[in-house]
Write a protein that binds this ligand. Structure first.
Ligand code: ZN
Length: 139
């Protein structure tokens, strides 16, 4: 068994920007010396999350609306009162969705459903540059 760690950077617009990172993840897995195993896709940041979704405009809009219902932006947050950066909702949304995804990969490619893409969801209230780490365990 071996471990490899790779990373890449992307820019987002913030405000629940949902970015399809499947091409970058697939590219990094294709470059790995490990052929099959498990990949953890992790974003380093407390206002950003990683999940999978069907990347089409209807469901992307539905996910944004669902987060606005579950964790509304325009309510009181103790974080905002303390720090004044206005992104209390971003931190809570990111904690709910989580910063990482575990995906199996085989023959150098992630094993995904036909309509299943790996996405980064940036909940922050401003554009950000994000570092995504892919740690691969396998052989
Ligand atoms: Zn904050």
């Amino acid at each position: 068994m071996a471990v490899e760690t790779k990373s890449f950077t992307i820019s987002t617009r913030g405000h629940c920007d949902i970015v399809d990172i499947t091409p970058q993840v697939s590219n990094k897995l294709g470059q790995a010396e490990i052929f099959s195993g498990t990949a953890t896709v992790f974003v380093a940041g407390s206002t950003c999350a990683v999940t999978t979704i069907e990347y089409e405009s209807g469901v992307l809009s539905d996910l944004k609306d669902a987060f606005e219902r579950m964790v509304p932006e325009a309510i009181h947050y103790a974080h905002n009162a303390r720090w004044g950066d206005g992104n209390g909702h971003s931190h809570v949304r990111a904690a709910v969705l989580g910063p990482s995804l575990t995906v199996p990969f085989s023959e150098g490619a992630p094993v995904l459903g036909t309509w299943q893409q790996i996405v980064l969801v940036d909940f922050d209230n401003r554009p950000r540059t994000r570092n995504i780490i892919i740690q691969i365990i396998g052989e």
